[in-house]
Ligand binder design. Structure first.
Ligand code: ZN
Length: 376
């Protein structure tokens, strides 16, 4: 905001020609041997240095700057540039801690490459503890890549995208479920892109849901602009969930190992993995009655076809009138509601089918480690 806006274009081009499709032409770890500075509009971080930046992306009604926190860690050695982002939805907190720990608690003295850490992209939403930008309830995560001279949300998205996303080679965007629901930790990724596929698998989650994602989302627009990017979904909005945060940190470490940024660590194998694509069984089970839901199984639960997942009651219902909801196929509960009140049509749980081999691997893991059951 402080620096001249006209420089944004020039610098973006100087850093990287966005028409170059890095994802298909050259692997991101094929980089020159000399480390390079990271530049953004109004700033520069040299190899071996790191910087905490408050970067202006808009202005409040008072004319004060709206600034997002950005930590850039430029390694002493050459390597890929990776962005880690969170809180595009202002009330999704787990990812903020993941990005903070990577930026500030990890030892990057041997880092080959650069980390661009964006722990809170939607600062107005974060301050209000709301999902959307509190300005006409715009969704920042439908506003990428953004545009100058457009709506407030798109202008903010543009500043973030041109300065801190486009110069990168890879990205991971952290989310949680919408308020009132919870997700097991999983990756969403366009597996048709070779590098996205490699990135998604390197993150080492058990479940990957394949698809390019809605237009305007950071992961889709970044991937389309030549910055292969995945979304990580983990837990619930308004919560700080240590187990999930630790699992996600393992995933980040694994990605940094896979792409050569942290050469001393190794790629993590999650034990079993299922990639759910369009042909696989998956469904959101929805309530057919209004009332209060008694959920029998939690996120990450394996349910058998015909098993009762939940019941729905209301103040006049007697025991034999209670509505029961059964699993239409054997599968894994990836997302589930936490707030138990529903109208007809409200989602109850997100169920995905599993191949027989995956089901066996999952059951074997859970008999040996009961602490993992129903709590991924
Ligand atoms: Zn989100």
């Amino acid at each position: 905001m402080d620096a001249g806006e006209g420089k944004i274009h020039v610098l973006a081009v100087a850093v990287r020609d966005v028409s170059d499709d890095v994802s298909s032409s050259e692997p991101p770890d094929a980089v020159p041997s000399d480390p390079e500075p990271f530049t953004y509009n109004g700033g520069r971080v040299d190899p071996g240095e790191s910087a905490n930046v408050r970067y202006g992306i808009s202005e409040t009604y008072l004319g004060d700057p709206v600034r997002i926190p950005v930590t850039i860690v430029n390694g002493a050695y050459a390597g890929p540039t990776v962005f880690l982002s969170a809180a595009a939805h202002g009330d999704e907190l787990n990812g903020i801690e993941v990005v903070r720990e990577v930026a500030h608690d990890w030892d990057h003295s041997e880092l080959h490459g650069t980390l661009v850490c964006l722990p809170v992209m939607n600062v107005p939403g974060f301050l209000a503890q709301e999902r959307y930008l509190p300005i006409y309830d715009r969704d920042l995560n439908r506003s990428f890549p953004g545009r100058e001279g457009s709506t407030s949300a798109r202008r903010m998205a543009y500043r973030i995208f041109t300065n801190f996303v486009e110069p990168c080679d890879l990205g991971i965007d952290f989310h949680t479920s919408t308020r009132g629901r919870t997700n097991m930790l999983h990756v969403r990724a366009n597996m048709e892109d070779e590098t996205v596929d490699r990135l998604a698998k390197a993150f080492s989650s058990n479940v990957v849901i394949a698809g390019q994602g809605p237009s305007g989302t950071l992961r889709r627009e970044a991937t389309d602009a030549g910055v292969p990017t995945i979304t990580v979904e983990m837990g619930e909005a308004h919560r700080f969930q240590r187990r999930l945060i630790d699992r996600a940190l393992t995933g980040v470490a694994s990605v940094l190992a896979e792409f050569g940024l942290h050469r001393e660590s190794s790629v993590h194998w999650p034990g079993w993995r299922t990639v759910i694509d369009d042909d696989d069984e998956k469904t959101w089970l929805r309530a057919d009655a209004g009332g209060i839901v008694d959920m029998k199984r939690g996120r990450g639960a394996l349910v058998e076809e015909g098993e009762v997942i939940c019941t729905i009651t209301n103040p006049f219902k007697e025991d034999d009138e209670v509505v029961t909801v059964e699993a239409p196929f054997t599968g894994l509960i990836v997302g589930v509601l936490e707030n138990p009140v529903v109208y007809p049509g409200n989602p109850l749980c997100h169920l995905v089918g599993l191949s027989p081999d995956t089901k066996i691997a999952l059951e074997r893991e859970r008999t040996t480690d009961r602490s993992k059951a129903d709590l991924r």
